[in-house]
Ligand binder design. Structure first.
Ligand code: CO
Length: 178
């Protein structure tokens, strides 16, 4: 058994959040431990999705649970090295938040459905179409793997409304660096 990992959340504007992440090369015990620790932190933080850069890792890993409920592990979905091969359906607006942007929310427009090719944590290929809330979570977390963040998707009005909270995150980051 590898030692249990414990991660903490990477907050904006940590540079790792802006990286286009690298593919996972080995489907081994270390990957399983990483995924387990990501679920643990996601549930602890009351999130419904988490991408590897949000725990400081430059890797193409995302996890989600539509209800954010550790008691419903059947809702867990782990996608390793995902690609979104199609986005279809009407564009819908929905309020999103992000664990890397505490206190910041805004409506984001995304297509209703997405078709994903990925691998599970054991390296088995996955190809599936997702819709509804799950599709939205996947598209949000997939953005993270490309270095694209919630603030990039906000309307100008929401950007303006969230400006003080965003500035506070930047100030906190700078203070921690100093
Ligand atoms: Co996010």
């Amino acid at each position: 058994m590898p030692p249990a990992l414990e991660y903490s959340l990477t907050l904006y504007p940590e540079p790792v959040l802006r990286k286009r992440t690298q593919p996972v090369a080995a489907f081994d015990e270390a990957l399983q431990a990483t995924v387990d620790a990501m679920y643990e932190l996601m549930f602890k933080s009351r999130g419904v999705g988490l991408a590897a850069p949000q725990v400081g890792l430059d890797q193409r890993i995302l996890v989600l649970n539509d209800k954010g409920d550790p008691e419903q592990p059947d809702l867990n979905l782990t996608l390793i090295n995902p690609t979104i091969v199609a986005r279809t359906g009407a564009k819908t607006k929905f309020e999103e938040g992000c664990l890397s942007f505490p206190g910041i929310y805004g409506e984001v427009e995304r297509p209703e459905r997405c078709t994903v090719e990925a691998f599970d944590v054991q390296g088995n290929p996955i190809r599936a179409e997702y819709d509804g809330f799950r599709s939205r979570i996947i598209q949000h977390e997939f953005d993270h793997l490309e270095g694209i963040l919630l603030v990039d998707r906000l309307s100008p009005a929401d950007k303006l409304r969230n400006k003080p909270a965003l500035q506070e995150l930047v100030d906190r980051y700078k203070a921690a660096q100093a």
